[in-house]
Design a binder for this molecule. Structure first.
Ligand code: F6R
Length: 606
């Protein structure tokens, strides 16, 4: 989720751009860069302050483009930072999104003599424009011809040294807005860097191209028809824009989950062949054929995602799996042989306990893999291979979309390893097809968020809650309880439903409700009898059930429904109402959901 921002007018562009990039920082960043006409192109790793320091006070010009990078392709290095240029250093572009067919385009451009300096997908855009400038009559046509061959998502701003007061902008799948000023205009990924200058905003639509100068903006469709887009006057504050109008990042991130699943899956499923194409595992694919044991390490939510992975990988890839919390792994004496892989799961890629577990596994000679969200993070760099989540930055301290993405990534790895072994084509296809259905199923749960809010408010008076589940939803009981604890500071415990009679049942009375994940799956009847044990002790039950199961209402006091899916994928759906439940429960108790007390987003100490 990179940020793009451009200015054309009569003021000092670099100052406006640097201030604007700061307003975009919430989108995540690992590097940044700026190009100003008549002055130059400067890039830097790290935060905006680093870039500002490099620019100094002599970087004066009146039109420029800038970028804040959250890496998806290629490490967060200076060369990979934007703006990218072409061989002649006349075309400069910034890009937010993913160009799916960049490898083919890059190969073709290299065969035509182009020299690339970055590992990014984005650099193909500037070279394509350079190539098309040889045959097209002007910059505009060269840009639109280049866009016509791109597959994927983009918000692009392009600039050409021969036309210093003009920027060309295009949108396909990644948001782009124009800010309309007086003798100056702005372009950005969202209005947050613009509204301190003007409240007049034009939202571009997918397929729109805009030609922007200090005094004009003309919008065209990709097939070159001029089009009118209304100016909207925005009265939101910067914070509201950053949260997409939602009250909190946590809610924004839960609501974003259909996109998160799509982003994690994008380009990785070969549904017809029942395969998962995981570029990050290709280099170790042969070694992975021989492994017979996987140890998954992670902390908190990442650990619970790992537990779900254990069920998936054992059932469908037929590989023995153990899951360890990072903080325990290295203090045990893990038995690792040449056929054992250690797989780290981490959103931040910086969690000290998980990192140390990976280092210990390497010392013992294990092949190490990662499922990591933050490109270029320490765990991503230190593992031998792995896959990125592509979930975008997660700002709410309590993990929501990253957790969903981790389970999605584990399903892809299950297909990958399963198909190397006994998993049938039919099964590979079935999982792939069902994964693709998940975004709209998540949407249908999100559409019921008002009902979930009412239930959360109803239960918000309780000080203790129990969460129970079995098999694939056993880890969801832990994760559901963790979400509630973190954001509302209420005591919540996860338990395997079958364990109730071995102790926890003693706690149950009318003041200690249970959230029971009781889906229409292979353990349904077992969970129902566990619910009956609770009801017999006067315990209240809030059930997560499968749509169509009206019978459950005669047992449970309240029900939150989710659509049916494959049992192995059901945690991706069952956690959504529990995340929303925790969110609304905490709000009712006036808690700071985005920044719960005593917690940090990235735990870099042991
Ligand atoms: C829970 C939560 C934490 C993290 C844990 C691991 O909502 O956010 O439990 O899951 O600290 O963090 P990463 O995934 O960054 O290694």
């Amino acid at each position: 989720m990179c940020g793009i921002f451009a200015y054309t007018g009569n003021k000092n562009a670099s100052k406006i751009l640097i201030d604007g990039l700061k307003a975009l920082e919430y989108r995540g960043y690992d590097s940044s860069g700026i190009f100003v006409h008549g002055v130059g192109n400067i890039k830097s790793t790290g935060g905006i302050e680093n870039l500002k320091e490099k620019i100094g006070s002599n970087f004066q010009g009146t039109t420029g483009i800038s970028h804040l990078r959250w890496a998806t392709h290629g490490q967060p290095t200076k060369n990979n930072a934007h703006p990218h240029t072409d061989c002649t250093e006349k075309v400069f572009i910034v890009h937010n999104g993913i160009i799916e067919n960049y490898k083919e385009i890059k190969e073709k451009l290299i065969s035509l003599g182009h020299k690339f300096i970055s590992e990014t997908d984005s650099e193909v855009i500037s070279h394509l424009i350079e190539d098309n400038l040889k045959t097209e009559k002007d910059f505009e046509n060269a840009v639109s011809k280049s866009l016509s061959v791109l597959n994927g998502t983009f918000g692009i701003i392009a600039s050409y040294v021969n036309e210093p007061n003009k920027i060309i902008v295009a949108r396909m799948g990644a948001p782009v807005v124009l800010g309309i000023g007086d003798g100056e205009n702005f372009v950005a990924s969202d209005p947050s860097p613009i509204i301190r200058h003007t409240k007049n905003i034009v939202y571009l639509h997918d397929g729109d191209i805009a030609i922007v100068t200090p005094d004009s903006y003309d919008i065209y469709t990709l097939d070159n028809n001029i089009i009118n887009r209304d100016i909207e006057v925005i009265d939101w504050e910067v914070e509201q824009i950053q949260k997409d109008g939602h009250e909190h990042f946590m809610l924004k991130e839960i609501i974003n989950c259909p996109n998160t699943v799509n982003d994690t899956l994008r380009g990785r499923l070969m549904t017809e062949e029942g395969l998962a194409k995981l570029g990050g595992l290709e280099i170790v694919a042969d070694k992975l054929r021989d492994i017979n044991r996987i140890i998954i390490v992670g902390c908190g939510s990442a650990y619970y995602a790992g537990l779900i992975g254990e069920y998936m990988l054992e059932e469908y890839a037929e590989i023995q799996v153990e899951v360890e919390i990072g903080s325990e792994f290295r203090y045990r004496k893990p038995i690792i042989d040449k056929n054992t892989v250690v797989l780290a799961i981490s959103q931040s890629g910086e969690t000290a306990d998980t990192l140390e577990a990976i280092r210990e596994a390497k010392r013992k000679g294990a092949l190490t893999l990662g499922i990591v969200n933050t490109v270029g993070s320490t765990i991503a760099r230190e593992t031998d291979a792995g896959i990125y989540n592509h979930a975008g930055p997660e700002i709410g301290v309590a993990s929501t979309k990253a957790f969903i993405s981790q389970i999605t990534a584990l399903s892809l790895i299950t297909i990958f390893l399963g198909r190397q072994r006994q998993m049938s084509l039919t099964m590979g296809k079935r999982i792939g097809e069902e994964l693709l259905e998940l975004p709209k199923k998540i949407d249908s749960i999100l559409n019921n968020k008002e009902e979930i809010r009412k239930l959360a408010e109803k239960y918000s008076k309780y000080k203790n809650l129990l969460y129970i589940g079995r098999k694939y939803n056993y880890p969801i009981a832990f994760e559901g309880a963790l979400k509630l604890k973190e954001v509302s500071y209420v005591h919540a415990e996860g338990y395997g439903a079958g364990e109730m009679k071995h102790g926890p049942l003693a706690m149950i009375d009318e003041n200690f409700p249970t959230v029971a994940i009781s889906l229409d799956d292979s353990v349904y009847k077992k969970v129902i009898s566990n619910m009956e044990e609770i009801k017999a002790r006067k315990g209240k039950v809030l059930a997560i059930a499968t749509e169509g199961d009206s019978g459950i209402k005669s047992l449970a006091d309240d029900v939150m429904y989710i659509p049916k899916t494959l049992e192995m994928l059901s945690p991706i759906l069952s956690i959504i109402p529990l995340q929303l439940f925790a969110y609304y429960f905490a709000l009712k108790n006036d808690c700071n959901v985005d920044k719960p007390r005593n917690l940090a987003k990235s735990v870099t100490v042991e």
